[in-house]
Write a protein that binds this ligand. Structure first.
Ligand code: CP
Ligand code: NVA
Length: 300
């Protein structure tokens, strides 16, 4: 089974991985060294702190062997065809986890590889992030019936969050500037997979999205690879900064979430990022527990 799209696990698989992630966090020793002999490729076409380190530690903890591969050596689609890279790595490795620009490259590799292919972030989705996001929300309150306000760009982090959230009964309200909404097909997928009455709302009004929410989430205004657009995007996203006044509109117990890295002062103020109800470092920690649970799930 692949985890290229967050919906690949199915509702029951997603629930199982989230339960397992909570269990391995509660008792890290319980799974230590439990899967020796599994070789895990971790390929990066873009920079990473959390994903690279958390995935490497997770694999090591399980007794697996992680291999970090950087694109400056591989040359995905340049030195070598994408499908040749996928087919060759598949002969060496038991899990292929990749961070790429173009989501279609993940699908192309999944089509030629027998090993599970895992998305470590693409332009379209960040499913491993969504696992940690839901794990962190579940530590604050039951997922079923929760509401998350996502303020910002409707790309990878937002799309995986809304699809996975809806599968688990979490309503997601997304607020951002016109033209930066999640793709229509992803909105349709989120609504089609929703359970427990979860709703997906798209609005231009951040206050409408945040009012009464159980969690407020934001991400950078210019994603990796969009650095040239930073000035234009800053002007567009300025009304969507999560500051103390906006966060105060959320529910009294609301938590703040951010996938990180954060551009403090842009999409979030220090006052919110460092707020007593900010859970950004728990969320980063949960990337490791969630990936461990995912590896256990995918390798049977
Ligand atoms: N949240 C996340 O994926 O962080 P990195 O880009 O540092 O891996
Ligand atoms: N949207 C951001 C997420 C980083 C984890 C990006 O793609 O750069």
């Amino acid at each position: 089974m692949d985890f290229v799209n967050v919906a690949d696990l199915g509702r029951d698989g997603l629930a199982a991985v989230l339960d397992l992630a909570a269990a391995v966090k509660a008792d890290r020793a319980s799974v230590a060294g439990s899967r020796p002999g599994v070789n895990v490729g971790l390929f990066f076409e873009k920079p990473s702190l959390r994903t690279r380190v958390s995935c490497e530690v997770a694999a090591n903890d399980l007794g697996m062997k992680p291999y970090v591969l950087k694109n400056d050596e591989i040359g995905l689609g340049k030195r070598e065809a994408v499908t040749d890279v996928g087919a060759v790595l598949d002969r060496y490795l038991d899990v292929l986890a990749l961070r790429v620009f173009d989501h279609r490259n993940l699908e192309a590799i999944a089509a030629v590889a027998d090993a599970p292919v895992v998305n470590l972030l693409s332009d379209l989705e960040h499913p491993c992030q969504a696992l940690a996001d839901l794990q962190t929300l579940a530590e604050a309150r039951p997922l079923q019936g929760a509401t998350v306000a996502f303020i910002g760009d409707g790309n990878n982090v937002a799309t995986s969050l809304m699809i996975a959230g809806a599968m688990m009964g979490v309503s997601v309200r997304i607020a951002g500037p016109a033209g930066h909404e999640p793709p229509e097909a992803m909105l349709a997928a989120a609504r089609a997979g929703a359970t427990g009455g979860a709703e997906i709302v798209v609005t231009g009004d951040p206050a409408e999205a945040v009012r009464g929410a159980d969690a407020v989430y934001t991400d950078v205004w210019a994603s990796m690879g969009q650095e040239d657009e930073a000035a234009v995007r800053r002007a567009r996203f300025e009304p969507y900064r999560v500051d103390e006044a906006l966060f105060a509109l959320a529910g009294p117990e609301a938590i703040f979430l951010h996938c990180l890295p954060a551009h403090r002062g842009d999409e979030v103020t220090d006052g919110v990022a460092d707020h007593p109800r900010s859970r950004i470092y728990d969320q980063a920690e949960n990337r490791m527990h969630a990936f461990k649970a995912l590896l256990l799930h995918l390798t049977g």
